[in-house]
Ligand binder design. Structure first.
Ligand code: SF4
Length: 510
């Protein structure tokens, strides 16, 4: 399997194999149901959950409305604390900046904290092309990296793997990347964790450069925050001499007081914990501008746009920038549970991936045009979202964009989108329906014809509609069209002196 999502097919095609894989479905079902049940219990402990959710939504909306102001404030505070801020308009620019910063240290390897932003831009591949090896240190990311796999969940990237598969990956691959797995390694969780710990420790102790993302950035002090469960993040944030953080611009919050809300909602929504085991915060370099004390001597913050300001320009779609990547929406989604994360073709799977990817990248590719349809619109994602993103609303909005085309902003320029070619048949059907519904005579004639020929109607749709109708019963055409029935029963009622409603009841056998 390729380690990147480049060239992924549209969602239905990619999901086809996944839904037939019984092991994958069992792994996903077990994992998502366990996390979702625990989350529900953790959330129920808080009487003010609804107020926290509303507060999180308002803080994010306020920050996004004044994003320019808070980003400049953040830059000022980071610089005052001895850090350097870099602005990256897109993935290529961010990769170039990070590669140059690593090259300037003279190092050929880096340790990484789990980071969605660096996966989004394909940083590991860019570093590899420059001869720099990036080591993932989060356990699940390590499993994905060793197995040359792709992440399939925001929080648990190896959710599609069971213990036996992980043991096999460790046994065969760990030695190629450093310290091999211990002899006789079994699939016991304690043994697997110990093998990973030993493998990673030598990398932590050797690393001179660490790369991270951040869950939040506090504008008033220039502080970055990483919440995690394993402690690997803290090792990467404190041991190396140079720390480079790549963070999406939407991760800024104005004050520490605002942070308080998210430090309650994120752990409960993500891992069903009251508090994260590790919450690391850092402001500039160690010892401030003079670089004294423990921790990194050099700190670089790469602020990543990569489609975010374009998303901000969309009245309906901008709400996805509130996302705090808790992954609660993935764990309740019936489509994700069956299709798995790889089918979404990006590092952002599940409901949030279905609305975020097509906005960051546009809806022009077959994959991105298919993602807004990767949902049953059941609304479970909206119910659990701790920042109240109305994902179904955005999905419908994006479907409209796919079908109708329309205008979007791309790097500050208004761009006219072509309607997706893949939905030509649907558009033709809708045009035909509009023509018929606009002509009562034609509609009546069509209904009568359909009733008279009902005995020879096919049981399934032909062509592309065959798959759709294979698992559904087509509605039966009645022997008499409703309009004819209405006219006949009313005439009969008038003739017999029965009120029309009574005639209706008689026909229904009441
Ligand atoms: S959309 Fe909401 S539920 Fe889904 S990952 Fe983002 S914050 Fe969590």
């Amino acid at each position: 399997m390729s380690g990147t999502f480049l060239g992924m097919p549209a969602f239905p095609e990619a999901a086809r194999a996944a839904v037939r894989d019984a092991t994958l479905r069992a792994n996903l079902r077990h994992a998502t149901h366990t996390i979702r049940d625990k989350r529900a219990r953790a959330v129920a402990e808080l009487d003010d959950w609804a107020e926290l959710r509303e507060a999180g939504k308002r803080i994010k909306d306020h920050t996004l409305r004044h994003l320019d102001h808070y980003l400049l404030r953040l830059e000022e505070a980071v610089t005052a604390a001895g850090g350097t801020v870099h602005w990256a308009a897109d993935a290529d620019e961010a990769n170039r900046v990070v590669t140059r910063l690593v090259q300037e240290t003279g190092e050929r390897e880096v340790v990484k904290v789990k980071s969605m932003a660096t996966q989004e831009i394909g940083l590991n591949e860019a570093l590899e092309a420059a001869g720099i090896r990036a080591y993932e240190t989060d356990l699940a990311e390590l499993i994905v990296q060793l197995g040359r796999d792709r992440p399939s969940h925001i929080l648990v990237p190896a959710i599609h793997r069971n213990r036996g598969e992980i043991r096999d990956v460790f046994r065969t691959e760990m030695g190629r990347w450093g310290r091999p797995a211990p002899d006789g390694l079994t699939d016991s969780p304690a043994e697997l964790a110990e093998a990973a710990r030993l493998h990673l420790r030598e990398k932590f102790l050797r690393a001179k450069v660490g790369i991270s993302g951040a869950n939040f950035m506090v504008a008033e002090t220039g502080t970055l925050v990483v919440v995690e469960s394993e402690g690997n993040g803290r090792m990467c944030l404190t041991l190396p001499e140079t720390l480079i953080s790549v963070v999406g611009i939407e991760k800024v919050v104005p004050t520490w007081r605002d942070l308080e809300v998210f430090l309650q909602t994120l752990p409960r929504s993500a891992t069903a914990e009251r508090m994260n085991p590790y919450t690391s915060m850092w402001t500039g370099t160690s010892g401030g501008p003079r670089g004294e004390g423990d921790g990194p001597r050099a700190f670089h913050l790469v602020l990543l746009d990569n489609g975010r300001t374009d998303t901000l320009a969309d009245d309906v779609g901008r709400q996805v920038l509130r996302c705090i990547r808790c992954s609660a929406c993935l764990n309740v989604c019936p489509v994700y549970e069956r299709a798995g994360g790889h089918a979404y073709g990006s590092v952002y799977p599940g409901p949030i991936g279905a609305v975020l990817g097509p906005q960051l990248r546009g809806t022009q590719s077959a994959l991105d045009a298919s993602l807004p349809y990767a949902s049953s619109l059941c609304g479970a994602c909206y119910d659990v979202c701790p920042v109240a993103i109305d994902i179904p609303e955005v999905l419908v909005h994006l479907r409209e964009r796919v079908v109708e085309g329309g205008e979007v902003t791309r790097r500050g320029v208004r761009v006219r989108l072509r309607p997706a070619r893949g939905h030509a048949a649907e558009r033709a059907a809708m045009r035909a329906a509009r023509w018929v519904f606009g002509r009562p005579g034609a509609l009546r004639a069509g209904q009568r014809l359909a009733s008279r020929t009902r005995g020879v109607h096919p049981r399934a749709l032909p062509g592309p509609g065959r798959a759709w109708s294979a698992s559904r019963d087509l509605p039966e055409v009645p022997a008499e069209p409703f309009r004819d029935w209405w006219r006949r029963t009313r005439t009969e009622a008038a003739r017999t002196g029965t009120a029309p409603t009574e005639a209706g009841k008689a026909v229904r056998g009441e």
